[in-house]
Design a protein around this ligand. Structure first.
Ligand SMILES: Cc1cc2nc3c(=O)[nH]c(=O)nc-3n(C[C@H](O)[C@H](O)[C@H](O)COP(=O)(O)OP(=O)(O)OC[C@H]3O[C@@H](n4cnc5c(N)ncnc54)[C@H](O)[C@@H]3O)c2cc1C
Length: 474
């Protein structure tokens, strides 16, 4: 490898000599990639096509010792450091131009301990990796709705999916983490060990170190699960939204549901005349007996005559990957969300108007029902903020033509601003635009937990080595 120039945290370049690189190589077992190497472009690629970032050095870690070596190299040379888990972050935090990227994607091992009802998953896992192993034992830990989403970024900022009303957020199910902190120490954080750090990683994002192993609690569930998945034509969007809202207000914790105002997909099961028209997706997972789930979710399937009803009892892993194809890697995305304690006719009217005005038919507006188990965790028990919110409204801009980026981003911001004035001012940090105005966004994400998070950050990362995230300034 030639002498390598990298960016430092203050923007100035630094040159790592061949001797330094050789010394690093002695500590590091994984691949080290620089621009032009085979595999470099695959490793740096992020899921959101808006970001085309070129790190100067990619350290593809094979285990905790590799992570320690890479963190030490970054700290000792004040390098601009990014950590890539699944690479799904919409803001593109997984890569930084000219920086050092710690790529965790070779670390995807999963071990289930059915007797203790826990699963240990390495920091580069995707949800599909975890689900397929836990489901062998008919057990689950609540994860993301798209199987390729990284467990890392997802869990560290909360993690809501199709089971959070029954068993809480992904971060609520953490038993412990193994984490490499800025000093290069390998710590365990749990209720018993380093509890301040454990509190902070449950919602505080990647601010405190690189999590090399996540240990999650498991619940008996699956392999068969009943989920409602109904597509209605958007002509009666208001009626369908109101019917879903009425159902959501009374649903048991076993149901975690959402409504998506979107576009009728171009699939053979739906007559071609409807393709591309506004469509409403009503989704709900039942965390219990599939027969009971079918009965409980039935009202969601008969709001009116559906265009397509895909509701069924099927393997949980199938439900968890059923929407993968609708979120292709490389499309252009800009997502912003807000939380609200309640929906209202006024909020719903704004959602419906914004839905009608969206510049791209690829863009959904997603309303997720929160509450249940995730809402009963005390606000200060973990770093995750906005526990009391009953709904998350996410405006998920998606388009294909780079020339349309400005228009789409401007629309998402405008829709968000308008809704935010009616809602409670809370933000979910996994859907937070590009974290522009980072201070305000991060405060809105953590609310009253923010000051305590700063204290923990000052303790574990006083120089802000881990800054490519929803950043808490020490
Ligand atoms: C298609 C799609 C579907 C999604 N669905 C959901 C959903 O159902 N529910 C939901 O809540 N969110 C969802 N998200 C949002 C998702 O939770 C965030 O994008 C999250 O950041 C993804 O994590 P990642 O590891 O893939 O991301 P990355 O881009 O790899 O990382 C994101 C951030 O986390 C840090 N990080 C990642 N791994 C680690 C680690 N092991 N240790 C320390 N820091 C780490 C990174 O440094 C970075 O700051 C979805 C996103 C996409 C693109």
């Amino acid at each position: 490898m030639a002498t390598t120039q990298l960016a430092t945290t203050n923007g100035n370049p630094v040159t790592l000599s061949d001797e330094m690189i050789d010394a690093f190589r002695e500590q590091f077992r994984g691949e080290m990639l620089t621009p032009g190497d085979a595999g470099y472009d695959d490793s740096r690629r992020l899921w959101n096509g808006m970001h085309d970032r070129k790190p100067s050095l990619i350290a593809r870690c094979t285990g905790t010792a590799d992570v320690v070596a890479a963190v030490n190299l970054a700290r000792e040379n004040d390098l601009l450091l990014s950590v890539r888990g699944g690479g799904h972050n919409v803001a593109g935090f997984g890569a930084a131009d000219d920086g050092l990227m710690i790529d965790l994607s070779p670390m995807r091992g999963v071990v289930v301990d059915p007797a203790r009802k826990v699963v240990r998953a390495q920091g580069g896992c995707q949800w599909g990796d975890v689900d397929r192993e836990t489901q062998l034992h008919a057990m689950v830990t609540p994860g993301g709705e798209i199987s390729t989403t990284g467990i890392g970024g997802y869990t560290l900022s909360g993690g809501m999916g199709l089971l959070h009303r029954k068993w809480g957020l992904a971060c609520d199910n953490l038993v412990s983490v193994e984490i490499v902190t800025a000093s290069g120490d390998v710590l365990t954080a749990s209720e018993a060990e380093n509890p301040d750090l454990f509190w902070a990683v449950r919602g505080g994002g990647g601010n405190f170190g690189v999590v090399t192993t996540f240990e999650y609690r498991l619940h008996q569930f699956g392999p068969e699960a009943f989920a409602a998945a109904v597509i209605y034509l958007g002509d009666n969007a208001e009626k369908i939204l109101n019917a879903w809202w009425e159902f959501a207000r009374h649903e048991p914790d076993e149901v975690t549901g959402q409504i998506i105002l979107w576009t009728v997909p171009d699939i053979p099961e739906i007559p071609a005349e409807h393709h591309g028209k506004p469509g409403i997706f009503v989704l709900g997972m039942y965390a219990g007996d599939p027969e009971e789930g079918k009965r409980v979710l039935q009202p969601l399937r008969e709001i009116e005559e559906p265009l397509l009803d895909l509701s069924e009892a099927a393997p949980y892993v199938m439900h968890q990957s059923g929407f993968d194809e609708f979120f292709p890697e490389g499309s252009l995305y800009y997502w912003k969300s807000l939380t609200t304690d309640a929906l209202s006719d006024e909020i719903n009217q704004v959602i419906l108007r914004q839905f009608a005005e969206r510049p791209s038919m690829g863009t959904p507006i997603v309303i997720r029902h929160l509450g249940g188990a995730m809402g009963r965790v005390p606000e200060d028990a973990t770093a995750y903020g906005n526990r009391s919110a009953e709904y998350n409204i996410s405006i998920d801009g998606r388009w294909e033509d780079p020339a349309e980026s400005e228009r789409n981003i401007a629309w998402v911001r405008k829709a968000w601003d308008e809704l935010n004035q009616l809602a409670g001012g809370g933000v979910y940090l996994n859907f937070a635009g590009f974290a522009e105005d980072a201070n305000a966004v991060v405060r809105a994400g953590h609310q009253e937990n923010y000051e305590r998070l700063r204290e923990v950050k000052r303790h574990y990362d006083p120089t802000n080595l881990f800054r490519m995230n929803a950043n808490i300034r020490p």
